[in-house]
Design a protein around this ligand. Structure first.
Ligand SMILES: [Zn+2]
Length: 472
């Protein structure tokens, strides 16, 4: 997402959530066969202890969603294909707010309980480590967004004629049961049924539309593994434009009718951005691209995989930012949320580089402007003294630190290792970790390998101090 200066809170709030303890696996129940035990109810991320779950790995989500915009109700079935990573007597999915009607595992009825966002499922038979299994959850209700202090409302957002979804960081579980952490990426099929005349857009590629009895069902397939927070739907009325990038990537751009005047610009700017980014970052990581401009204005856009959602009229810089995330964040994803600068610092730096290579300020000039801002600048504390860019805290992930100080970290690195090594590093990073998960440590190791320089002092100064670096 783009930096949200509007929602910045200054200094004081800082780090509180960093102290969360890891969720441990609960003890095995007496009824569990020997060796079979419940999977952990959390994925082990200190920022979001309840997000994600242990004991299995999802391969594919098949989501059938029947949404009635007028009543704002969802009737849904999720079929989740997964593989057990331990002998499992029980496992959790994340699901917020909605009502569960039934759960089966491998076709047999399974017991389940709800507690907070945990949907704990006990299959009729234990699941053997290494074996594939299928969970079917029938559920529904009125999906509701959730809220964070630094970004406001997110998750499932109702609009006058439909809804759209922006789920970073933990909103996916507001609309489907999931292993809701970027570490467990999976492919997706969506079959979304809406009243005839309403359209549905999503990640990936369209798989056809059928209309029957006053309802239409739209199929979309995301065939490249995707983090749950990047799963996206846009339901409503849209004007659609199709095309191709210079390298032949199909482009689907859609805007709400009241934003029709933005369609051509968003579409053309998307192609310009991808054409340029493929030269700088390497081959585009997904099978299609585009963008969706929703009809309501919110200061929120998100790099939903293959096709970002724009909650405001995006300029070229915002489009460059959200599409840079297709490489940095979507294809190469964080293993833990504290490394969010690997998403936001890189997407911010992509904007600076775009300016540099299109007749604007150089990235170094942008760096210097920020570095020399006086202490009276309203966001001074956020950038320099409030928190670490490499560990900003769960509640402060989307403040300026990860974005601007993250981008400045890359400029400092470029200055140290030179252009040749720096641009080689960007391409190696996206290629080596394509569709994978990474940590800052991985990036430092690769930067040192590519440049043959010791860089721990530089990264420490920029990412892990709460002061303005003076030497690096
Ligand atoms: Zn972003």
């Amino acid at each position: 997402m783009p930096p949200r200066i509007r929602t910045l809170r200054l200094a004081a709030a800082a780090l509180t959530a960093g102290a969360c303890v890891l969720a441990a696996a609960p003890p095995a129940t007496a009824a569990a066969p020997h060796g079979f035990r419940p999977g952990a109810p959390g994925g082990g991320d200190p920022y979001f202890p309840a997000e994600g779950n242990g004991g299995y790995d999802v391969g594919h989500y098949d989501l059938s969603l029947d949404y009635a915009p007028a009543a704002d109700t969802l009737a849904a079935t999720a079929v989740i294909s997964a593989r057990a990573t331990q002998d499992l007597s029980r496992f959790d999915l994340d699901l917020k707010q909605l009502t569960v009607k039934s759960v089966t595992v491998n076709g047999r009825k399974a017991k389940y309980t709800r507690k907070g966002q945990e949907l704990a499922i006990t299959p009729a038979k234990g699941l053997h480590r290494g074996k594939k299994f299928t969970v079917k959850v029938v559920y529904g209700g009125t999906p509701k967004p959730i809220e964070r202090p630094d970004i406001g409302k997110f998750g499932w957002i109702k609009t006058p004629d439909g809804a759209y979804v922006v789920s970073e960081p933990d909103g996916a579980s507001t609309w489907f049961p999931s292993n809701d952490h970027p570490q467990d990426k999976a492919t997706y099929t969506y079959k979304v049924t809406v009243p005839k005349g309403t359209q549905v857009l999503s990640n990936g590629e369209p798989g056809g539309t059928t209309t029957k009895g006053g309802k239409s069902t739209f199929v979309w397939n995301e065939r490249t593994p995707m983090a749950s927070y990047l799963a996206m739907l846009a339901i409503g009325k849209f004007q659609v434009k199709k095309g191709k990038t210079a390298s032949g990537v199909p482009v689907i751009t859609a805007v709400a009718p009241n934003r029709a005047d933005e369609l051509t610009t968003i579409h053309d700017d998307t192609i310009k951005a991808i054409d340029w980014e493929e030269k700088v970052f390497g081959k585009y990581p997904f099978q299609s691209t585009g963008g969706i401009r929703v009809g309501v204005d919110v200061e929120f856009s998100l790099e939903t995989q293959s096709r970002p959602i724009y909650g405001f009229e995006p300029d070229q810089g915002v489009i460059v930012h959200e599409l840079a995330h297709q490489w940095f964040g979507d294809s190469v994803s964080v293993k833990r949320w504290k490394d969010i600068w690997l998403n936001e610092g890189f997407a911010t730096y992509a904007e600076w580089l775009w300016d540099e290579q299109h007749g604007g300020r150089t990235a170094k000039q942008t760096f210097d402007l920020l570095y020399n801002e006086p202490t009276t600048w309203p966001y001074y504390a956020d950038l320099w003294t409030a928190r670490q860019a490499g560990n900003p805290g769960a509640d402060e992930m989307f403040t300026l630190t990860a974005y601007y100080r993250g981008g400045m970290t890359l400029q400092a690195l470029r200055g140290r290792i030179g252009d040749k090594a720096f641009f080689a590093l960007l391409k190696q990073w996206t290629k080596l970790h394509r569709n994978g998960n990474v940590t800052t440590k991985d990036f430092i190791a690769l930067a040192e390998k590519v440049s043959h320089k010791q860089l721990d002092g530089l990264f420490h100064a920029w990412l892990y101090t709460k002061s303005k670096p003076t030497t690096w």
